[in-house]
Design a protein around this ligand. Sequence first.
Ligand code: NOJ
Length: 512
Amino acid sequence: MPQWLKDAVFYEIYPQSFYDTNGDGIGDIEGIIQKLDYVKGLGCNSIWLNPIYDSPFMDAGYDVRDYYKVAPRYGTNDDLVRLFEEAHKRDMHILLDLVPGHTSDQHPWFLEAKKAEKNKYSDRYIFTKSVWDAPPEYRMMCGICQRDGNYMVNYFSSQPALNYGFYKVDYPQWQMSFDSPEAKATAEAMKNVMRFWLDKGADGFRVDMADSLVKNDDEKIATAKIWRDIRKMLDSEYPDAAIVSEWCNPVRSINNSGFHMDFYLDHYGNGYSKLFRYEKDGENRAFFSRNGKGNIMDFLNEYIPNLEKTKDNGYICFMTNNHDMPRMTHYADRETVKLAFATLFTLPGVPFLYYGDEIGMNYQGCLTSKEGGYSRTGSRTPMQWDSSKNLGFSTADICYLPVDTGKDAPTVENQKDDENSIYKVVTDMLALRKANKDLGNQGTIDIVFARENSYPFVFKRGKFIISVNPSGEDATIPFDYEVKETLYALGKTEVKGGKLTAYAGSFVIYCI
Ligand code: NOJ
């Protein structure tokens, strides 16, 4: 286990939209280098960079055309190496995004694979034997290449699935086993991609759709085997490299597959969504909502057993948001967002802050889709730095996406000295997390008060008790602890005569 994960706090950067230094309207690697001190100043010592590889950008770079080359619009491979070096000078770590499940349909492997003649890459993707063969249970592209066969896609039509084989082979004419040499060759090719960037100074990878490798593998048995083999390679060749999976199944990811971390993703109706983003029958029923219709137990009944089962092997990662979902400000008012972020940063596991969330950027819901973003586009708009042109993102006349034109658009400049800002809560909380080991990544949590459909939620981490009541009603509960000091408070919480009263919209950290 890489030791640096013990106190890692990540900042996710969508490179297109972070900071443009050459005036072409799109963010670049040099821009990230120039903002490293800003990121560090927030309290984040690590960065996850969305894909920066050469790509036709049908899916914002998740359609890789060349795993070995930085997209010219972001800079060069040398610029990326410089970013690694500059980060390391500051004791920071950088994870690249690894996209192992599919490539772009413009990738040279695929251009070869779709040729009629058999060649070295014919089995790198999943093709049926003939175009008349298109079982409806698979997502196939039909009749569009010279080769007599249809190919399977992993996500959008432009993203053919790489061939890691099938766990259960239903159509032996064209499905290969996961332990066939052809399937194994794909995994070896991906290991070489990892080695290439780790040798250049990357600190590891966020792994896209980590569960998607082997097909017909419902229990993910063969997929886990591939990842365990990759983890073995990392342990022996790059023991400090970290991998975090986009999976949202910590037992399968951390315990069975050897990931160091797994994201708690926003899957409608799961624990994470019930905390922050759950709407039903047109009503907000997330726990973090002023209307008080959330149920903390929906989260805890899922999270605590997963935490117990995986805490000795890796971390469950909470995030403020990512590039795939609306920002939290879309669901909750700013005061509630503060309570949500404050709570999120007191939970165990490795936390991830999405760029711009620290200033409470808005979700730009009515933008036309850009590079396969669709509804996600509104969370991918340019970072808002100051009051200059394009809010300091770029000097270009036209940007990758329009910047927030709202009169109240938050910027780093107008938020950072504002005592009442989300920025203040984020930076305060990250400083407290750093200064107090009990609030950090390791360890577990003990539940002090949590009831079905009830507020507040109170939990203990070492010598700290945390209470949060995002609802619009005050709530009083029995409380047996002696409070020595208040470490941090938003709103008002009171302990008196064996009772704790969490006033509407409150968060507190007590030392006991
Ligand atoms: C998950 C990524 O987060 C998303 O942005 C992308 O579109 C899909 N995987 C496909 O790679």
